[in-house]
Design a protein around this ligand. Structure first.
Ligand code: UDP
Length: 236
């Protein structure tokens, strides 16, 4: 069993999400990377959440590279941060509202402020940090704010579990699990310079900035190796 990605562009992904907002139908968005793939291999619940999501975006160069090895080329990457920004821009044009959930106290508020400055017309329905003990009151707060879309930035697989567990209760058309994106949207964590982004070397930039991440990053080539093995086995 493997993760099945949507082979779509950023514009198509945002178009799909906006369509769900208009129709008031559920659109769960996930952004699996190499670490997700390794977790999904040993965690059937997690894999099932990913594969039953309406949008499965290829965040991370490892997914694109793996797809090339398999011979099944992806159209391109749709990063979580990029998706959040493009969605905010489209929502701003239609005066839609966004709820920001996750990261340390104060970060979601800062991200909200930055998004509103960048995309005038965007409504912020509410914010909540990602360090809560009980989920019930958080779900209630989200529903009381009536957002059109919800960003869930709790890290994986916590954010995917949150979205699945409260799927029926949450009255929000679009919900997207976006990991560390809130810190980037708030300006607390810088994205790699354009050069690194263009050549798919964000992992290298991040490794230089945060050398302690090597343990997590070692999983990147492991994911690629797994994709090769998958092709040799003839699976698709
Ligand atoms: N986080 C959170 N609640 C938690 C654990 C993590 O809100 O209980 C936040 C954390 O502050 C960070 C994000 O979730 O903003 C996860 O970041 P990480 O870099 O681990 O995720 P990635 O993007 O690598 O999946």
């Amino acid at each position: 069993m493997t993760i099945t990605f949507d082979n779509i562009t950023m514009e198509e992904a945002v178009g799909t999400a906006m369509g769900h907002i208009a129709a008031r139908s559920r659109c769960r968005v996930v952004t699996p990377n190499a670490e997700f793939a390794l977790e999904a291999k040993k965690n059937p619940r997690f894999l099932n959440i990913l594969n039953t999501s309406q949008l499965v975006l290829a965040d991370g160069i490892s997914v694109v590279l793996a797809s090339k090895i398999i011979g099944d080329r992806m159209v391109g990457r749709v990063t979580g941060v990029g998706f959040a920004q493009a969605l905010a821009a489209a929502m701003a044009q239609e005066g839609k509202s966004l709820f920001l959930l996750g990261a340390k106290p104060g970060v979601a508020e800062k991200a909200a402020q930055k998004l509103q400055e960048t995309y005038p017309g965007l409504k912020i329905a509410g914010t909540h940090d990602g360090y809560f003990k009980e989920e019930g009151p958080v779900v209630e707060a989200i529903n009381a704010a009536h957002p059109d879309a919800l960003l869930v930035c709790l890290g994986a697989p916590k954010q995917e579990y949150f979205m699945e567990t409260h799927d029926a209760e949450l009255e929000v058309p679009v919900m997207a699990g976006l990991g560390g994106s809130m810190d980037v949207l708030a300006g607390n964590v810088q994205r790699a310079p354009e050069f690194f982004q263009k050549y798919g070397l964000e992992w290298l930039y991040r490794l230089v900035k945060e050398p302690q991440r090597w343990r997590r990053m070692i999983k990147l080539p492991l994911y690629l190796l797994d994709a090769v093995a998958w092709r040799i086995r003839g699976g698709k």
